[in-house]
Design a protein. Structure first.
Length: 361
């Protein structure tokens, strides 16, 4: 029996085409320049700058969920741009947004250190900055909204170590970390090391993936498979994009069975790989809560209110949400029950048999 559908209001699983230019989006997602439903009459512009589009979350979840929530709160226009992992491009996008007169800047930085200059320009123009998901390394940040990112790494590392010990396949693992310019990547890595290092399982090799590029992760993993062969009994991959690259490398090398591979983001392709047995686990982060919180805080800051933080992180008023492990055993209780995906979206014809075996139907 299928569970009833519990979908988000504006959730579209299809990836919205991205452009390098700023687009103005309203409650209906179009490119017109105003939205209705506001009380003040005047349309207030809010900037949303996201870092890349190879990871599906940004265009499929973060952007539409943020826009939908914000335009439900008042007469807002979202000035949106995706940097495609290019820090210089993001700098220009931020300058354009400030020139367009945004009242608040919601910034998920490609490069947390380089983005400090964006935060400074915004502050010089009295535009509050929300550091969204990734930390901007600046004291000019008004609010930080993310997950407990060190805990993401702890969850990944713990799941992998437990699984390798359970399977008695502890000869060695490789670590495919995230981008060196992303502060989150350092947190994931720190959390994972805190579990893997004392486990006694050797780390054969480790790589910080430039730009979180799945292609670069695949290329590096291919080299490690050649070098270590069967000694490589597990793969720590920091997110589902790099996990996909690693799994493609293992398949291309014809290695069987595929060693346990970790991930993060609960991307649809990753959930399908988990159902099929190609990927071991991922970490589900409730992006709806994150994006909607960002919209609420942007609304408060735009109204001149001071948001009350849930916590502080490095002295910045913050909200840090809780990540959750997903394996084949709890897909229903996590991403399906939470309305992130329907069974139909996961269990396409190609995965029908695997879904039935996993009890998803
Ligand atoms: C995010 C992850 C994402 C990665 C690559 C990180 O900062 O927290 O969810 O997979 O960036 O974009």
């Amino acid at each position: 029996m299928r569970k009833p559908r519990k979908r988000f209001a504006l959730l579209a699983i299809t990836v919205i085409a991205t452009t390098g230019v700023l687009t103005a989006c309203t409650s209906n997602g179009s490119s017109s320049s105003s939205s209705d439903g506001g009380s003040s009459g005047e349309t207030i512009k809010i900037g949303l700058l996201l870092p890349e589009s190879k990871t599906t979350r940004y265009e499929s979840f973060d952007r539409p969920l943020f826009e939908d929530k914000l335009t439900s709160l008042g007469n807002y226009e979202v000035i949106y741009a995706n940097a495609d992992q290019d820090a210089a491009k993001q700098q220009q996008q931020a300058e354009s947004a400030l020139t367009e007169g945004v009242k608040v800047l919601v910034l998920d930085p490609v490069d947390g250190a380089a983005a400090a200059s964006i935060a400074e320009s915004a502050a010089a123009q009295d535009v509050p900055v929300i550091s969204y998901d990734r930390l901007i390394k600046s004291d000019k940040v008004d609010y930080y909204i993310s997950f407990d990112n060190e805990q993401v790494g702890v969850l990944q590392g713990t799941a992998l170590v437990d699984r390798l010990k359970q399977d008695n396949t502890t000869s060695g693992l490789i670590m495919i970390n995230g981008s060196p310019t992303d502060a989150n990547a350092a947190e994931f890595k720190k959390g994972a090391h805190s579990v893997i290092d004392p486990s006694g399982i050797p780390i054969l090799a480790e790589y910080d993936t430039p730009d979180w590029s799945p292609d670069k992760a695949q290329e590096w993993a291919a080299g490690q498979i050649t070098q270590f062969g069967a000694e490589m009994s597990g793969i720590y991959a920091a997110n589902d994009g790099t996990a996909g690259g690693a799994i493609a490398a293992v398949k291309a090398a014809g290695t069987e069975p595929i060693p346990p591979v970790t991930g993060q983001d609960a991307e649809l392709a990753a959930i399908q790989r988990i159902v099929a047995g190609d990927q071991f686990m991922t970490v589900y982060k409730a992006i709806k809560l994150e994006a909607e919180k960002a919209a609420e805080v942007a609304h408060q800051l735009a109204q001149g209110d001071t948001p009350s933080p849930d916590t502080t992180f490095q002295d910045i008023p913050s909200t840090l949400l809780t990540p959750v492990v997903v394996t084949v055993d709890n897909i229903q209780e996590t991403v399906i029950d939470d309305g992130f995906y329907t069974v139909d979206e996961i269990c396409t014809a190609e995965y029908a048999d695997a879904c039935a075996a996993a009890g998803l139907q």
